[in-house]
Design a protein around this ligand. Structure first.
Ligand code: PEP
Ligand code: MG
Length: 593
């Protein structure tokens, strides 16, 4: 059986299915017949969870040391707090109502109370409360979260969707492929799958119904095909395809050490997108000329700095959070991570983006509330400016301090109006003064730029260009906000393309405006590695291409094959077309000859 989806991460994976189903926990108020029985149910679930958590703490202490076990030890203490357990039992008896409903309410109340206290330790407590609540409810429902980090070798993950933190918890050596029912090429889980070099297909509707645990599955992440129980012929055909894919990958090795320059001598910068310092070796292996986008939110999702800090079980019904953090990385931890990357690249440019959470990137302990339209809501710079003192300032301080160790540039995401940029810049200037007073070194002339990824920022490019040091075009969001298409919604995925005439006009306008103002303009959205778009970007004069590490060499090969001068005509023709289909058909003739 074949399921058609969207090619999300290239390569061929063959292995055994492991299904991961979302769990909806029922916390509706159900009347009960016998309060003794209900209280005993609660007690059993609580004690089982306490034992399990204590065992986890002991295991962590033995494996990593007592410090790593502290969070789990604290959970055991919180679980046994009589103030909470007494309140749950008394409410069950008083209201004759099921313990799920009471647990949900009581833990939420405590979590809200801790969260409102404002200091970091108390917020940590709030997330601990939410975590315990979810695990207790799971325990009562008989649901066991999947240990995503502990999957057997050759597993093919089949899920409705994977949160970025789930994907970050995957061990690539064990996972042969990923299939999700929803999402598209630019969902964050797809971006991570590419970074991990795991073949992935997104938008494979019906996969969870069609595929059972243990089924043999082929994932063709280059074509977007999934095969369940393929016959011998198909398996050997795909094994052969995998061999060709791997050989082609090897051939690209010839481009290591070559400059990224067109046939007529136009030199561009070819840099990488990363999510944590651990991604750096790949950037160096594939000869990246720097980093054009460091998505710092991934430091907030897992250990990030490679310090094994992740020890919590996280909140939420998704198994993923199993490897996630339960508190914000401190200024010191962030400083370490940024310094590692800056120093590791020895003076090459490193553009670090400030925290971009919200949208499809929830981090349970950061206190984001559910929103009807999260992509249009409280995210990125909007969130950071509302959390200036406890979230934004420590991150900017860490960035400025790390700038003494390399060529760091700061980038602000999701900007829609100049006031947001000015507020961020003012805070940076304020922190510079603070560091001067403390005698701490930093790069005095550090550049601060913006992601141009909203329709507003594109339209106002001239206003921004007067004040910012550089632009980086975020086509993943720019496409979503220009076309009014949720980037993860496969139903409307047919509209989501950077080849849409509206996008081409927007991109050309942004590049031209930056050139007129004399500032650097790059692109860090997935479109920077799009074979059909590269000729147009070269024609318009894009200065910097920032792509996933695994796409660096292929992108270099493509760029090196063009004569930029000759592409002007191609760009004019592409811009004259009315539909994305026409642009695509035309660009195919250009690229494929
Ligand atoms: C973008 O929007 O194009 C981008 C690079 O940022 P992200 O994918 O993290 O939203
Ligand atoms: Mg974006």
């Amino acid at each position: 059986m074949r399921i058609k989806g969207i090619a999300a991460a290239e390569g061929i994976g063959i292995g055994q299915a492991v299904r991961i189903e979302d769990v909806v926990l029922d916390v509706a108020a159900r009347p009960i017949a016998d309060d003794d029985v209900e209280v005993a149910r609660f007690q059993r679930a609580l004690h089982a969870l306490m034992e399990e958590t204590q065992a986890l703490a002991d295991e962590l202490a033995a494996k990593l040391g007592p410090k790593e076990a502290e969070i789990m030890e604290a959970h055991v203490m919180l679980m046994s707090d009589p103030m909470i357990t007494d309140e749950i039992e008394a409410t069950v008896r008083r209201d004759n109502i099921c313990c799920e409903y009471v647990i949900d309410n009581v833990y939420k109340t405590y979590a809200d109370m801790f969260a409102s206290m404002g200091d970091e330790l108390m917020r940590q407590r709030a997330s601990d409360m939410m975590d315990i609540k979810v695990r207790l409810l799971q325990s009562l429902a008989g649901v066991r979260p999947v240990d995503i980090g502990g999957l057997a070798q050759g597993s093919v993950i089949i899920a409705n969707d994977l949160t970025p933190s789930m994907t970050a918890g995957i061990r690539p050596e064990n996972v042969a492929g990923i299939v999700t029912q929803v999402g598209g090429r630019t969902s964050h889980s797809a971006i991570l799958a590419r970074a991990l070099e795991i073949p992935a297909v997104a938008g494979a509707a019906g996969a969870l119904d069609a595929i059972k645990d243990g089924d043999t599955v082929i994932v063709d992440g280059s074509a977007g095909d999934v095969f369940r129980d393929p016959d011998k012929g198909i398996i050997s055909a795909y094994k052969a395809k995998r061999t060709v894919f791997l050989a082609d990958k090897k051939e690209l090795g010839l481009y290591v050490g070559k400059p990224t320059v067109t046939l007529d001598g136009v030199r561009v910068e070819l840099v990488a997108n990363i999510g944590k310092p651990a991604d750096l070796p790949k950037v160096l292996e594939y000869d990246g000329e720097g980093v054009g986008l460091f998505r710092t939110e991934f430091l907030f999702m897992d250990g990030g700095a490679g310090d094994g800090a992740a020890a919590g079980t996280g909140a939420g019904t998704q198994p993923a959070a199993a490897s996630g953090r339960t508190a914000m990385p401190t200024e010191e931890e962030q400083f370490d991570a940024y310094r590692q990357v800056a120093a590791g690249l020895g003076g090459k440019p490193v553009i670090i983006r400030t925290l971009d959470i919200g949208g499809d990137k929830d981090i349970p302990y950061m206190g984001l509330e559910r929103e009807d339209n999260p992509f249009l809501g409280f995210r990125a710079i909007r969130y950071c400016l509302a959390r200036k003192e406890d979230v934004f300032r420590p991150q900017l301080r860490a960035l400025l301090r790390a700038s003494a160790f390399g060529n760091i540039k700061i980038m602000i995401p999701m900007v829609t109006c100049i006031e947001e940029y000015r507020a961020a810049r003012a805070l940076i200037e304020d922190i510079k003064k603070e560091l001067d007073a403390e005698g701490i070194a930093y790069k005095k002339d550090i550049q601060v730029g913006i992601m141009v990824e909203t329709a507003a920022a594109s339209l106002l490019a001239d206003v921004f260009a007067k004040e910012v040091d550089f632009f980086s075009i975020g086509t993943n969001d720019l496409t979503q906000y220009t076309m009014s298409v949720d980037r993860g919604n496969s139903k409307v995925g047919y509209l989501y393309s950077p080849l849409q005439p509206a996008l081409l006009r927007s991109i050309r306008h942004i590049i031209r405006t930056a050139k007129d103002a004399g500032i650097m303009v790059g692109m860090c959205g997935e479109a920077a590695a799009d074979a059909l778009l590269i000729p147009l970007l070269l024609a318009w004069g894009l200065d910097e291409f920032s792509v996933g590490a695994s796409s660096i060499l292929r992108t270099r090969k493509r760029i090196c094959g063009y004569d930029a001068g000759k592409l002007q005509e191609v760009a004019d023709k592409a811009l004259s077309l009315d539909t994305a289909a026409e642009v695509e058909a035309y660009m195919r003739t250009v690229v494929e000859g």
